[in-house]
Design a protein around this ligand. Structure first.
Ligand SMILES: Nc1ncnc2c1ncn2[C@@H]1O[C@H](COP(=O)(O)OP(=O)(O)O)[C@@H](O)[C@H]1O
Ligand SMILES: [Mg+2]
Length: 202
């Protein structure tokens, strides 16, 4: 008998540029991410390595999904993460989905929340490379209570991982990435772009 996890179409959650995400067949609170066959494997290892480091450093994971280890599946090697669920047990929807609804109250709330997230990552020197609104889920905690959870785009691709060891270096890196790219990440949502700010010059 094979001990590979069997990932079948009913377990499929969503697909990004590099990976497919499935529900874990044996654990309703976890998801399993498999790399597309033609994606460079380095990205996969760098991410796992970065998450493991964050977990050793015991950073606050309120806005992140903990990494739960590697597994073999019928679709290849995969990484296990916590599945982001709403209070009714459904899989949380992306920030892109909510922004597309263009609700004024939500937009106002979310600009503050993204600013808060950005400060949280700065304080804990968590490096990111892509905080576009498909990499952030909006977890509903209760009536009118939501939290942003980043499920992708964390870490860096430096061969010499200084940003993993040095808070000063990591902050420099994330400030540069945010200030250069946030307008592009949210370009479909001008209301949000207008509300967001660059990190102040240090
Ligand atoms: N932890 C999670 N909980 C719920 N849905 C998730 C989770 N991780 C990923 N997804 C869904 O799967 C999609 C693809 O995953 P993602 O990690 O962004 O892959 P990619 O690296 O290909 O962009 C996401 O846009 C999201 O819809
Ligand atoms: Mg993604």
């Amino acid at each position: 008998m094979s001990d590979k996890l069997l990932l079948t179409p009913p377990l499929f959650v969503a697909e990004g540029t590099d990976r497919k995400c499935f529900r874990h067949p044996d654990d309703e609170n976890r998801c399993v991410k498999v790399l597309h066959p033609d994606t460079e494997a380095g990205r996969f290892w760098r991410e796992i390595c970065y998450y493991s480091r964050l977990q050793r450093r015991a950073v606050d994971f309120r806005h992140l999904t903990p990494y739960r280890g590697l597994t073999e599946t019928n679709l290849g090697k995969a990484a296990i993460f916590d599945l982001v669920l709403d209070d009714d047990g459904r899989i949380s929807r992306s920030l892109a989905y909510y922004l597309a609804e263009n609700d004024r109250r939500f937009n106002d709330w979310v600009v503050d929340e993204i600013e808060h997230l950005k400060q949280n990552f700065y304080d804990q020197w968590i490096v990111f490379h892509d905080l576009n609104p498909t990499n952030i889920l909006v977890k509903r905690l209760g009536f009118d209570e939501f939290r942003l959870v980043v499920i992708d785009g964390i870490g860096h691709n430096h061969f010499i991982p200084l940003a993993s060891y040095s808070a000063a270096f990591a902050r420099k890196k994330l400030v540069r990435v945010w200030n250069r790219r946030y307008r592009q990440w949210y370009s479909t949502f001008p209301v949000v772009v207008r509300g967001l700010k660059p990190y102040p010059a240090s």
